[in-house]
Design a protein around this ligand. Structure first.
Ligand code: FNR
Length: 366
């Protein structure tokens, strides 16, 4: 992996090594993939206004996120079925996050269980991503298991009343490979999503049917009443919903369009970030994900008000190229690029990254 020096290198290499169906599942977005493209290209519309002569000989990338110290403001977003990328899947990914001192978010739709992930990296800062199911007992059990396993926050994904339409997956008739299972479902529910005995490959369709599409803000109250963990809502893109979330007492908002996998035509996450920050940035911690592939992206998101950013696909490319070591390299590449962007633009610490240091490109055509 020595010759892989940026996220794009890992992505290109992952494209060569992953089976077609898996690659398409990881890579693709909804519809014509316009939002998918814009998640990345929108970063170019923002420019960094550098400052100079500000003593950057000592640099501090650490932050306090939901009360926990992270070594850098770059964490890992939940993504489903990571054992398709590498035999150790989620366990390799969480170990990389542990080694790099940052947050790992485990997807509900994981191919390693909550308990396996906790055992693989006892010292990692782990968050658990949740969907709410028609049968509330599934949700309650998952939360109890995450609490018992030492997870530090719950991330409720609010942009997925149902899975988006992804053309590549429809063409491929995407299924979970038969040697894998969705490991967080137990008993009867495991049979529903994984099939009896051997995996029938029907997991995704059956799983989607378990989701409750009738959720409302009242369910957030219910969720808060059954857990002591801080709650992050993932998938908010508007000021209106940000207000409702803050009023509901959530600890964090993850501004996200789900890696552009839900509805094409939604804004890029970086475009929606300011709206949410302006609405409630003084009341809840704001995070963002979507299209981060370079340390300068991290700098821009932080200047626009995110306390931390998260990566989805880049960690999958790291896993595919080299398991735990590959993800560590992805995180360390982004860390170094971010440190350089910070220091050379005049910021010795993340606390020095000010709103005035990033402007929309139109600033320079005035
Ligand atoms: C995701 N994402 C996601 N989100 C979530 O809340 N639960 C999940 O199970 C998944 N699964 C998933 C699978 C795959 C293959 C991808 C690519 C993404 C969305 C994810 O958490 C995150 O929002 C995006 O991946 C961020 O965008 P980038 O970094 O991939 O551009």
């Amino acid at each position: 992996m020595k010759h892989l020096v940026c996220v794009k290198d890992f992505e290109d290499y992952a494209h060569q090594v992953l089976p077609r169906d898996t690659l398409d599942y990881y890579r693709s977005g909804a519809g014509r993939e316009e939002t998918l493209k814009s998640n990345r290209t929108s970063f170019s519309k923002y420019k960094i206004r550098p400052r100079c002569l500000r003593d950057v000989s000592r640099r501090d990338l650490s932050s306090i996120i939901l009360g926990q110290t992270v070594s850098m403001p770059i964490g890992i977003s939940p993504s489903a079925m990571q054992r398709m990328a590498h035999p150790e899947g989620e366990c390799a990914n969480v170990r990389a996050a542990e080694a790099m001192g940052t947050v790992y978010t485990l997807s509900t739709i994981a191919t390693s269980s909550i308990e396996e992930v906790a055992k693989a990296a006892p010292g990692a800062i782990k968050w658990f991503q949740l969907y709410i199911y028609r049968d509330r007992s599934i949700t309650k059990k998952l939360i109890k298991r995450a609490e018992n396993a030492g997870f530090k926050a719950l991330v409720l994904t609010v942009d997925t009343p149902m899975f988006g339409l992804r053309v590549a997956d429809m063409k491929n008739e995407f299924k979970l490979p038969p040697h894998l299972r969705l490991a967080n479902f137990q008993g009867d529910h495991s049979i529903t999503v994984n099939g009896k005995g051997t995996n029938t490959g029907s997991a995704l369709n059956n799983l989607g049917d378990l989701f409750d599409p009738s959720l409302t803000w009242d369910d957030i109250k219910w969720l808060k009443s059954i857990t002591h963990l801080p709650l992050v809502l993932k998938g908010i893109l508007t000021a209106e919903d940000a207000f409702l979330a803050a009023n509901a007492g959530v600890a964090g908002i993850l501004v996200s369009n789900h890696g552009a996998r839900q509805v094409d035509g939604w804004p890029a996450s970086i475009e929606a970030l300011s709206e949410v920050v302006n609405a409630v940035g003084d009341r809840v911690e704001i995070f963002m994900d979507g299209g981060i592939t370079d340390g300068t992206d991290v700098f821009k998101a932080l200047a626009l008000g995110a306390k931390m950013v998260f990566i989805g696909r880049p960690a999958l490319w790291g896993l595919a190229c080299g398991g735990e070591e590959g993800v560590k390299q992805i995180l360390s590449i982004l860390r170094t690029e971010f440190e350089y962007a910070m220091a050379i633009s005049g910021c010795p610490s993340v606390r020095n990254i000010e709103r005035s240091m990033v402007v929309h490109e139109s600033h320079y055509s005035k």
